[in-house]
Design a protein around this ligand. Sequence first.
Ligand SMILES: NC(=O)c1ccc[n+]([C@@H]2O[C@H](COP(=O)([O-])OP(=O)(O)OC[C@H]3O[C@@H](n4cnc5c(N)ncnc54)[C@H](OP(=O)(O)O)[C@@H]3O)[C@@H](O)[C@H]2O)c1
Length: 177
Amino acid sequence: MIDLYLMHWPVPSQGLFVKAWRALEKIYAGGGVRAVGVSNFLQDHLDTLVAETTVVPAVNQIELHPTFQQAALSAGCRAHGIAVEAYSPLGRGADLNVAAVTALVTKHAVTPAQIVLTWHLGVGNIVIPKAMRLHRMHENLAAAEITISRDEMDTITALDSSARIGTDPTKAAFTQM
Ligand SMILES: NC(=O)c1ccc[n+]([C@@H]2O[C@H](COP(=O)([O-])OP(=O)(O)OC[C@H]3O[C@@H](n4cnc5c(N)ncnc54)[C@H](OP(=O)(O)O)[C@@H]3O)[C@@H](O)[C@H]2O)c1
């Protein structure tokens, strides 16, 4: 049994994501998967799905890390009851070097990755960091046991910018997939 089956991109230029979602709905209704969701869907794509189809996505997996937070989209997901799953949650490593993150490392006796993951969990994001090394996987999992203060959360939230590192969903073309 598949736990969660995602549509990877909306590819709005193709105009097919509602039709594709109906196919996922059929798989879900037939019991082939426990949950269905989407990835890289922006607010207008989500609003279209919710208006024109029956099953609300369980998850929207989007690029989200301290320097690119997509707060409005996250709020829009939650307003529809859609869980927010952060991909590239460490900014592919780049967000581990910013001063607001490294400043908390000594005080809490943790690593930069653990600070960033603790921030995500505090915000309410599902996180899927990619790590090739076993010790990093253990380190990342241990972030679930760490707590930082409200003020410390806020110093990381203040890092937000419009600097996306991945593909823009409005521009992603079928030929890239
Ligand atoms: N839905 C989508 O369109 C989409 C797009 C992009 C990515 N994703 C998914 O998102 C997941 C993660 O994203 P990502 O790989 O782009 O970025 P990421 O998880 O933010 O960063 C991965 C980088 O961080 C390093 N890293 C991991 N844990 C670390 C730690 N504790 N300390 C220091 N460095 C650490 C990794 O190194 P090592 O691997 O060398 O250990 C790797 O270089 C992947 O599963 C990917 O499939 C989805």
